[in-house]
Design a protein around this ligand. Structure first.
Ligand SMILES: [Ca+2]
Ligand SMILES: [Ca+2]
Length: 403
C-alpha cells in the first residue's frame, strides 16, 4: 500500500513537471539566428512549432511573430534551458525579455486559441548578438552623420544597427519610410539591454544615453505587418568614435571564397590583449579560441563549406574591457561561384584565392564583389556583366573569358 502511494506520488510529480515546460515540444523547426526571419505553418488545430537558439543569461531578446496567411493568431512562448516558461507574447505578437539562464532556448509557436491554422513569420534579435543574417543583410555599424537605408522585407522583420557611445552622449535618430507601407519605429537599447528610448510613431529619438558601450538601434514597422524601405539617420553629440572594436576583416556579412586566413580588427588604444570568440553560434555557444592575443588578429583554419561563422572580440583594457559587436561571414567553396546563371554579390575573393568561376549562360559580377590584391580569379561565361560597385584591387589578377 505504501509503495502504491509512493509510485502515485512520483507519477503525479512527473505529470506536474511535464506540464511546466515540456508538455508539447511541437514540430522541430531547427535553429533561428539573431537577425533572421523564418517562416512556418501551423497546419493542424492545436499544432505547435518549436524554434531554438542559444542564449546567455543577461542577453536581451526581441521576438516577433506575425501571421502571413489564414486566421492564425500566432503566440510565442519562450522556454529556458531548464524548461521553465520565461516569457510569452500573448496576443501582442512580440516578446521583449532579458534571458535568465544560459543555454539552448526554445520558442514555441501556437495559435492563440488553438482553433486556427495558417502560416507565420518569426524574427529574432539577440543583444548582444548579430544584427543581420544571410537572409537579410540590413543592419550593422552606423556612425554619427550617417544615413543608412534598409528594408522591412517581410512582416515581423527587425533590422538592427549598432553604435558605441559614452554615458552622457546625446543620440538623435530620425527615420523615414522610403517605399511601401510602413511606419518605421526605432528602439534604442543600452549595452545592458535596457530599452532607453523609442521613437514610437514620431519617427525620431532625441536622448542622452545612460551607459557606456555598444548601443543597438532596432528598426521595425509600427505594427510589424507592413513591408517597405526606410532611411535611418544618426547624429551623436559629440560625434567622435567612442572606444570600441572597429574595422572587421572580413567585413561583416560577406560570403568569403576559400577563406583560410586571418581574422583582423583595428587595434584598440590601451588594450593589453584581445579575446576572440568564434563559432557557428545559433544553437551552440561561441568558443573562446584566442585568449589574451597580443595582436588584433588570429588565423582560423579548417572551416566548413557553406557555413556561417560568427565572431566577437573583447579588448582587455584596464578600467573596463571593451565588448565587440557580433560579426559573421559565410565560408564559401570556390565551386559556389559556378553554375548556369550566376550573380555574385557581397562576396570577397581574398588574397591567395586562385579559381575559375564558370557560368554556362551568363554571369553578373554585382555590388560589393571584391577581388583582393594577390587573388587570381577567372570569370568565364558567354555573357559577363561587371557592375560598377564591384572592386578589383590593384595587384589582383582578374580575367574575363567569353568562350
Ligand atoms: Ca530587413
Ligand atoms: Ca532583419
Amino acid at each position: 500500500m505504501r509503495r502504491v502511494r509512493w509510485v502515485a506520488a512520483v507519477l503525479f510529480l512527473l505529470v506536474a513537471f511535464s506540464g511546466v515546460g515540456w508538455a508539447n515540444e511541437g514540430v522541430d523547426m531547427g535553429g533561428i539566428r539573431s537577425g533572421e526571419t523564418k517562416s512556418g505553418t501551423i497546419a493542424s488545430l492545436s499544432g505547435t512549432d518549436s524554434w531554438k537558439f542559444y542564449g546567455n543569461a543577461g542577453d536581451r531578446v526581441v521576438i516577433v511573430s506575425m501571421a502571413t496567411s489564414g486566421a492564425l493568431l500566432p503566440v510565442s512562448d519562450l522556454y529556458a534551458p531548464s524548461g521553465s516558461k520565461e516569457a510569452s507574447s500573448g496576443v501582442a505578437r512580440f516578446i521583449e525579455h532579458i534571458l535568465l539562464e544560459t543555454g539552448l532556448y526554445t520558442i514555441l509557436i501556437s495559435d492563440h486559441m488553438s482553433d486556427h491554422t495558417g502560416s507565420y513569420n518569426i524574427s529574432l534579435l539577440k543583444m548582444p548578438g548579430a544584427c543581420s543574417s544571410p537572409v537579410d543583410r540590413d543592419g550593422g555599424a552606423i556612425q554619427s552623420g550617417q544615413t543608412l537605408s534598409g528594408t522591412i522585407n517581410a512582416p515581423s522583420d527587425l533590422d538592427a544597427f549598432y553604435v558605441y557611445g559614452n554615458s552622457g552622449d546625446r543620440i538623435v535618430i530620425t527615420t523615414q519610410e522610403t517605399s511601401g507601407g510602413i511606419i518605421p519605429v526605432v528602439d534604442l537599447y543600452s549595452p545592458s539591454g535596457v530599452k532607453e528610448a523609442s521613437s514610437g510613431v514620431t519617427k525620431a529619438i532625441d536622448h542622452t544615453i545612460l551607459e557606456t558601450g555598444l548601443y543597438t538601434l532596432v528598426m521595425s514597422d509600427f505594427l510589424y505587418d507592413g513591408t517597405g524601405g526606410y532611411n535611418a539617420s544618426l547624429t551623436k553629440i559629440p560625434s567622435d568614435l567612442r572606444p570600441g572594436i572597429y574595422g572587421p576583416y572580413p567585413e561583416n556579412g560577406l560570403g568569403v571564397f576559400a577563406f583560410n586566413a586571418t581574422l583582423r580588427w583595428d587595434p584598440v588604444a590601451g588594450a593589453t590583449g584581445y579575446d576572440l570568440y568564434f563559432g557557428k553560434d545559433v544553437t551552440t555557444a561561441l568558443s573562446r579560441i584566442g585568449a589574451n592575443l597580443q595582436t588584433p588578429s588570429m588565423a582560423v583554419n579548417n572551416l566548413g563549406s557553406n557555413e556561417v561563422y560568427y565572431w566577437h572580440v573583447v579588448a582587455i583594457v584596464s578600467g573596463g574591457n571593451i565588448e565587440g559587436p557580433y560579426w559573421w561571414f559565410t565560408a564559401l567553396p570556390t565551386s559556389a561561384c559556378s553554375g548556369t546563371t550566376v550573380t555574385l554579390q557581397n562576396v570577397l575573393f581574398p588574397e591567395g584565392t586562385n579559381c575559375t568561376c564558370t557560368a554556362t549562360v551568363s554571369m553578373t559580377i554585382g555590388s560589393d564583389v571584391t577581388v583582393e590584391n594577390g587573388a587570381k580569379v577567372t570569370f568565364a561565361s558567354p555573357i559577363v556583366h561587371v557592375l560598377e560597385k564591384s572592386h578589383f584591387e590593384s595587384g589582383s589578377d582578374v580575367q574575363i573569358n567569353n568562350p
